[in-house]
Design a protein around this ligand. Structure first.
Ligand code: SF4
Length: 202
C-alpha cells in the first residue's frame, strides 16, 4: 500500500441524519478517550477496522456525489494527519462541506492540540464536540447529549436550523443478508444494547 492511509471502522455513502443534507460518513477506528459509556465501544481499540489508502477513499467519496463528508468514529482527531490529507484530496476535486465529531472540546483542541489537529480544525465547516454522555442525554440536532455543541467554523452553513432544534432521527437499513444497520445518535440511553436484545443478538 503506497501513500497515506487511514484506519476506518465503517463507511456509508448516503446518510441523512449526521449533518446537513446527504453525507458520506467515515467512521474511523480507534479512540484514546475510552469513555465508559461509549455508544460504539467496538471502535475504541486503535487496532482493528481496516486500513485504506486515502487516495482510494477520496475517489469513493467523490464518486458518491454526496452533499458533504462527515467524520465520526472512534476519534477523528486521533488520525488528524490522514484526515487532513483526505479532506484536501477530496476538495481538490469538489468543494464538499466537511463536518467532524470529536470527543475533545474545541477549547482543548485549540489549546492543547497538535499541529495536525489544528490543521484538521482549520479545514472543517462544522465541529460537534464532546463525548456522548448518557447522564446528559437529550434529543438534539445531530447530538445525543447536551454537553455536545455544534460549532460553525465557516459561513457555509449559516442557514442551519438552531442548535437547539430537535434530533434528526435514525436511519435504518436492511442488508442483502437480512442484517439490520442503524445510523444516527441514540434516541435513549443504552439504545444499542436494547436494540440488540430486541433482535436477539448475543
Ligand atoms: S469520545 Fe466518543 S467515540 Fe471516544 S470513547 Fe468517548 S464516546 Fe466513544
Amino acid at each position: 500500500m503506497t501513500g497515506p492511509t487511514v484506519r476506518i471502522a465503517a463507511l456509508h455513502p448516503s446518510c441523512t441524519v449526521l449533518g446537513p443534507g446527504r453525507r458520506f460518513v467515515v467512521w474511523v477506528q480507534g479512540c484514546p478517550l475510552n469513555c465508559r459509556d461509549c455508544v460504539s465501544p467496538q471502535w475504541i481499540p486503535a487496532r482493528g477496522g481496516r486500513v485504506v489508502p486515502v487516495a482510494e477513499l477520496a475517489d469513493r467519496i467523490i464518486a458518491e456525489a454526496a452533499d458533504g463528508l462527515t467524520l465520526s468514529g472512534g476519534e477523528p482527531f486521533a488520525q488528524a494527519d490522514a484526515l487532513v490529507r483526505l479532506v484536501e484530496t477530496v476538495r481538490r476535486r469538489r468543494d464538499l462541506s466537511v463536518l467532524s465529531y470529536s470527543g475533545y472540546t474545541i477549547e482543548h483542541l485549540r489549546r492543547h492540540g497538535t499541529p495536525d489537529q489544528h490543521r484538521l480544525l482549520d479545514r472543517l465547516d462544522l465541529l460537534i464536540d464532546g463525548p456522548y454522555r448518557p447522564d446528559r442525554h437529550a434529543d438534539l440536532l445531530w447530538r445525543g447529549s447536551d454537553n455536545q455543541r455544534i460549532h460553525r467554523l465557516t459561513d457555509r452553513h449559516a442557514d442551519l436550523p438552531g442548535a437547539a432544534g430537535p434530533g434528526a432521527g435514525l436511519q435504518f437499513e436492511v442488508g442483502a443478508d437480512g442484517s439490520l444497520r442503524w445510523m444516527g445518535v441514540p434516541p435513549v440511553p443504552g439504545f444499542r444494547r436494547r436494540l440488540e436484545q430486541a433482535m436477539g443478538s448475543p
